[in-house]
Ligand binder design. Structure first.
Ligand code: ATP
Ligand code: MG
Length: 258
């Protein structure tokens, strides 16, 4: 079930380096939020704080709060592994498990979760591949290696793997940057469908993509090299691209820097 994200006062470090500072925002369920901003402003870092992946990096540390409905993901006793199942992630480069078949790739997260009957597993794999718009292309070769698919198909396979465990939130870090325009459109269409069921956050350097797929857009920026990235503004996507409140946002989206 899609859930609402409510972040307050979030700061993240790599060792002593403060990468992002004092970020607060809410993300509504069943919506798509796009993160934009120049390289190094902390979009990926912030995204990874939303499912406790940031602390996997040595020296990675977080202050602040991330509420998912009424649970603080950083609360005492919260298991980061279960957080990562609830808040799934799709990466920039499709990363199917190279030695696994298409079927096994989609089922990978489920097997960790518990024991399923064969027929149950088959049902979930089919549903997930359909959900990722990949089923028709792979249904006759489910036992072939996932690595044998095209880049766009591999990215949809990774989306199928992510949605198979029924997360509440799907985080996507530049999911189309390694893809051709046709595959990119396929993923964008898919995002439009997935938002019926999930809360989606996507990082993108493609302004047209942000404008096409997202309901709300957050612009991040940093004051200079070595400075922490900050959230400059977040608003309806239409508003950000037509009449942003902050000059720096306008400069960025009109291509004057970054
Ligand atoms: N593993 C790491 N160890 C140390 N510093 C890191 C690490 N990953 C990122 N950083 C630093 O944190 C800051 C934010 O990086 P991040 O990757 O979040 O930016 P970004 O906005 O996603 O950039 P891009 O658009 O290039 O992907 C940068 O100064 C970066 O050098
Ligand atoms: Mg990044």
């Amino acid at each position: 079930m899609a859930k609402r994200i409510d972040v307050s006062g979030l700061t993240a470090y790599y060792g002593t380096h403060k990468a992002i500072e004092d970020i607060s925002m809410t993300v509504e369920p069943r919506s798509v939020t796009a993160f934009i901003g120049p390289s190094g402003c902390g979009k990926s870092t912030f995204l990874r704080t939303l499912n406790r992946m940031h602390e996997v990096t040595p020296g990675g540390r977080v202050e602040g709060k991330v509420m998912l409905d009424d649970e603080n993901l950083y609360g005492a006793g919260v298991d980061p592994v279960s957080v990562r199942r609830t808040v799934g992630m799709v990466f920039q480069r499709p990363n199917p498990f190279p030695t696994m078949s298409i079927f096994e790739n989609v089922a990978a997260g489920l097997k960790l979760n518990g024991s399923y009957k064969k027929s149950e597993l088959e049902g979930i794999v089919e549903k997930s591949l359909k959900g990722a718009n990949l089923w028709n292309e792979v249904k006759d070769r489910l036992n072939k290696p996932g690595a044998g698919l095209s880049g766009g198909q591999q990215q949809r396979l990774c989306i199928a793997r992510a949605i198979a465990v029924e997360p509440d939130v799907l985080l996507m870090d530049e999911p189309c940057s390694a893809l051709d325009p046709i595959s990119t459109l396929a993923i964008e269409d898919l995002i439009g469908e997935l938002k019926e069921r999930f809360t989606i956050v996507i990082v993108t350097h493609n302004m047209q993509q942000a404008a096409r797929v997202s309901d709300r857009t957050a612009f991040f920026n940093l004051a200079g090299v070595g400075q922490p990235g900050k959230l400059i503004e977040i608003d309806e996507t239409e508003r950000i691209f037509s009449n942003p409140s902050v000059q720096a946002t306008e400069d960025y989206i009109s291509g004057r820097f970054g």
